[in-house]
Design a protein around this ligand. Structure first.
Ligand code: SAM
Length: 231
C-alpha cells in the first residue's frame, strides 16, 4: 500500500504508434496536450508525432543513458504537482525500454502512475503470427553475444508457450540459425515493419524463413514469434 501525497502530479505512460501515425488513441492525444511536460526516449521521433497532431508541449529526453541522472528532477516536478507523459521511442512504454526505472521510482514516492494503452510491436506481432496467442512468453531482446544467446535458447527449448523475441534485422539470420540448431525446425513468424509502408509478415518453418531471409537482407524492425515446444 502507498499513500499519495496531496497535490502530486500524475505520471502517464502514453503509448504511441509503432509506425503508422494514425495508430494513436484520442485519450493519448488529450493527455499529451494536457501535461506540463513530455519525457521522450527519442525526442526527434516524438517531436514529429507532436507536430503531426499540432501539439506543442515542452519535451525533455529520457533514455537508457540518462534515466538515472534525469529521474530525480522528473520526480521533483511530479511531487510539486506537475503531470508528466512518458513516451518511448515507439509503442508501449516499459516494454523493452527504460520507462520501468521511472515507473518504479514514482511508485516508491507515492506518485500516481496511469497507463494510456495503445500499440505495441509485441501484441501486434503475436496476433498476426498465426501461432497460438492465448499463452505466450515474451523474451525481449536475446543477448547479442553468441554464447549467451545460445545458452538462453537452450534454456527456452522446453517452453511450451508461444515465444516472442525482439530482434535487430542484422542479427535475424544468425538468430534463426541458432533457433534451428538448438530448438529444431518449428513453425515461426517474422513480423517486420508492422503498420509501416513495407510491412511484411512471413510465416513458415524456421528453415523456410532462413531461405527467405538468406536471399533477402532484411531491413527495419523485426519481431520473431516461435511455436512453443510440443512433445
Ligand atoms: N516499447 C516498444 C513496443 O511496445 O512496441 C518496443 C521497444 S523495443 C526498444 C524496439 C523493438 O520493438 C524493435 O527492435 C523491434 O524488435 C520491435 N518493433 C518496434 N516497432 C516495430 C515494428 N513497426 N514492426 C516490427 N517490430 C517492431
Amino acid at each position: 500500500m502507498s499513500n499519495t501525497p496531496a497535490n502530486t502530479g500524475t505520471l502517464y505512460l502514453v503509448s504511441t504508434p509503432i509506425g503508422n501515425l494514425e495508430d494513436i488513441t484520442l485519450r493519448a492525444l488529450r493527455v499529451l496536450k494536457e501535461v506540463e511536460l513530455i519525457a521522450a526516449e527519442d525526442t526527434r521521433r516524438t517531436r514529429r508525432l507532436l507536430r503531426h497532431y499540432q501539439i506543442s508541449r515542452p519535451l525533455i529526453s529520457y533514455h537508457d543513458h540518462n534515466k538515472e541522472a534525469r529521474s530525480p528532477s522528473l520526480l521533483e516536478k511530479l511531487n510539486s504537482g506537475e503531470s508528466l507523459a512518458l513516451v518511448s521511442d515507439a509503442g508501449t512504454p516499459g516494454i523493452s525500454d527504460p520507462a520501468f526505472y521511472l515507473v518504479r521510482l514514482a511508485i516508491q514516492h507515492g506518485v500516481p502512475v496511469v497507463p494510456v494503452p495503445g500499440p505495441s510491436a509485441l501484441i501486434s506481432a503475436l496476433i498476426v503470427s498465426g501461432l497460438p496467442p492465448d499463452r505466450f512468453a515474451f523474451e525481449g531482446f536475446l543477448p547479442a553475444k553468441s554464447g549467451r544467446r545460445r545458452r538462453k535458447l537452450k534454456a527456452l527449448a522446453g517452453e511450451e508457450r508461444t515465444i516472442l523475441f525482439f530482434e535487430s534485422p542484422y542479427r535475424l539470420k544468425r538468430t534463426l540459425e541458432d533457433i534451428l540448431e538448438i530448438m529444431g525446425d518449428r513453425r515461426a513468424t517474422v513480423a517486420r515493419e508492422l503498420t509501416k509502408k513495407f510491412e511484411e509478415v512471413t510465416r513458415g518453418t524456421v528453415t523456410q524463413l532462413l531461405e527467405h531471409y538468406g536471399e533477402k537482407k532484411p531491413r527495419g524492425e523485426v519481431v520473431i514469434v516461435l511455436t512453443g515446444y510440443t512433445a
